[in-house]
Design a protein around this ligand. Structure first.
Ligand code: SAM
Ligand code: SF4
Length: 417
């Protein structure tokens, strides 16, 4: 989501006469787009911001801006803490970048009109064959650990016609794959619900694949499973964050499902779409998490066998309810539990990838591999990375390939003529 917000910032700046540069020393304007979901991201931002101070000393007319959730969270405090910051704006007022040159500094756009639709801003997209599309903004769920509802505001769904038009235009320019973005795409609602939106978008000519993130388990409906099963362009992959398998912890997280509810949804997805790939998010060491709660999560990982997970040590965030819980877990135990979760999952991911050896997969070619320029890379419908050696197949092609090797984070394939 942040990467896409950055594409929007670039779009607005280019429209206002700026050009992008890779050389920070040559820049007249530097914006740090920030994330505050975990403290680590915040620390990284502050050390980067500290470094920019010397840039400003060397070039006094350099403008430095802070965007994103830290700007939203900290507001004017940022100017006090870092006087070299010229302007700040949050995820809901990117339009404030129009005319930024002429604003009196320090300038805070946080109070600016937020009704200007983000989707009406131009986006400078970094990839011509794959695109992120925001379909909704904000979140109403208030999971007790999460800052997002405070920084990105309440849930707003974007008109379906507007999404349809944007994707049709991208398709005309050669885009093959779209990923629909929202904090909780299942609660998308306008003239259609989320499965209805998928049905509408599935008709767009030229688009070959439709993906979406993230789905909240409490709102995952039978109709969505049916849509994934029935609609040819909707990929057989779902990211469904479980967070924990302990009901005590899930209640304290305010996730509004039990582990049994979660398992029921997983079972129904697997029976509706046997080839589905399921990935998840897990938080280790949530306040009050006992050894038993943690053991339940480990057991669930072995039982469900996710295709992959993102796991995080619990991070206490300002304004959230979980930050006020008294039974915080010491850092060393959080880390120990996180490592155990990652170790168990690594083994499962590798095993699941090895199961694909000998199968034939459809791959959308994304271009030359970053790690080996002799190879090309792409993804399966299940979102697994596949590299193929010594061949040239144009970016954006769909090819069939036999999987011949499996690693933890990628597969190796041979194209089938
Ligand atoms: N909206 C999505 C959902 O509900 O699953 C995810 C959004 S959140 C930005 C991405 C992931 O970050 C969450 O699923 C959670 O696992 C993790 N996360 C959020 N807040 C966290 C915190 N305070 N500490 C550790 N992990 C956190
Ligand atoms: Fe955060 Fe929960 Fe909303 Fe996801 S659903 S963004 S974890 S509050």
């Amino acid at each position: 989501m942040n990467v896409h917000d950055t594409e929007k910032m670039l779009g607005v700046l280019l429209q206002n006469g700026y050009r992008q540069t890779d050389n920070a020393h040559a820049a007249d304007l530097i914006i740090l787009n920030t994330c505050s979901v975990r403290q680590k991201a915040e620390q990284k931002f502050y050390s980067e911001l500290g470094r920019l101070k010397s840039y400003k000393k060397r070039k006094s007319d350099l403008m430095i801006g802070v965007a994103g959730c830290i700007a939203q969270q900290e507001g004017d405090n940022l100017f006090r803490r870092a006087p070299h910051v010229d302007f700040i704006f949050g995820p809901q007022n990117i339009h404030a970048l129009h005319d930024i040159k002429n604003k009196k500094r320090p300038y805070s756009a946080l109070e600016e009109n937020q009704s200007i639709a983000l989707h009406d801003l131009p986006a400078e997209r970094s990839d011509e064959i794959r695109a992120w599309i925001s379909i909704m903004y904000g979140c109403n769920n208030f999971c007790s650990y999460c800052v997002v509802p405070f920084t990105r505001g309440r849930e707003r769904s974007r008109p379906s016609e507007n999404i349809y038009r944007e994707i049709s235009m991208l398709a005309e320019r050669g885009c093959k794959e779209v990923t629909l973005l929202g904090q909780n795409v299942n609660s998308y609602i306008t003239d259609v619900d989320f499965p209805g939106l998928l049905k509408k978008l599935n008709k767009i000519e030229g688009i070959m694949r439709i993906r979406f993130v993230t789905s909240h388990p409490k709102d995952l409906s039978k109709q969505l499973a049916q849509a994934i099963a029935d609609l040819s362009k909707v990929c057989e992959h779902i990211h469904l964050p479980m967070q924990s398998a302990s009901d005590v912890i899930l209640r304290r997280m305010n996730r509004r499902y039990t582990f049994e509810d979660y398992m029921r949804k997983i079972d129904s997805l697997k029976s509706e779409i046997p080839e589905i790939s399921i990935t998840s998010d897990i938080i280790a060491g949530f306040p009050g998490e006992s050894d038993h709660d943690h053991a339940q999560t480990i057991k669930a990982l072995r039982e469900i066998c996710f295709d992959g997970i993102f796991a995080f040590a619990f991070s206490s965030r300002p304004r959230t309810r979980a930050a006020t819980y008294e039974d915080q877990i010491p850092d060393d135990i959080k880390l120990q539990r996180l490592n155990e979760i990652l170790e168990v999952q690594d083994e499962i991911t590798l095993r699941k990838n090895r199961d694909l050896i000998g199968t034939v997969q459809e791959i959308l070619i994304e271009g030359t591999s970053e790690s080996d320029k002799q190879k090309i890379t792409g993804k399966t419908r299940a979102n697994k990375i596949v590299t193929m050696g010594n061949i040239s197949i144009p970016k954006g092609s769909l090819v069939k390939a036999e999987i011949v090797k499996a690693r933890k984070h990628s597969l190796e394939g041979i194209p089938i003529r």
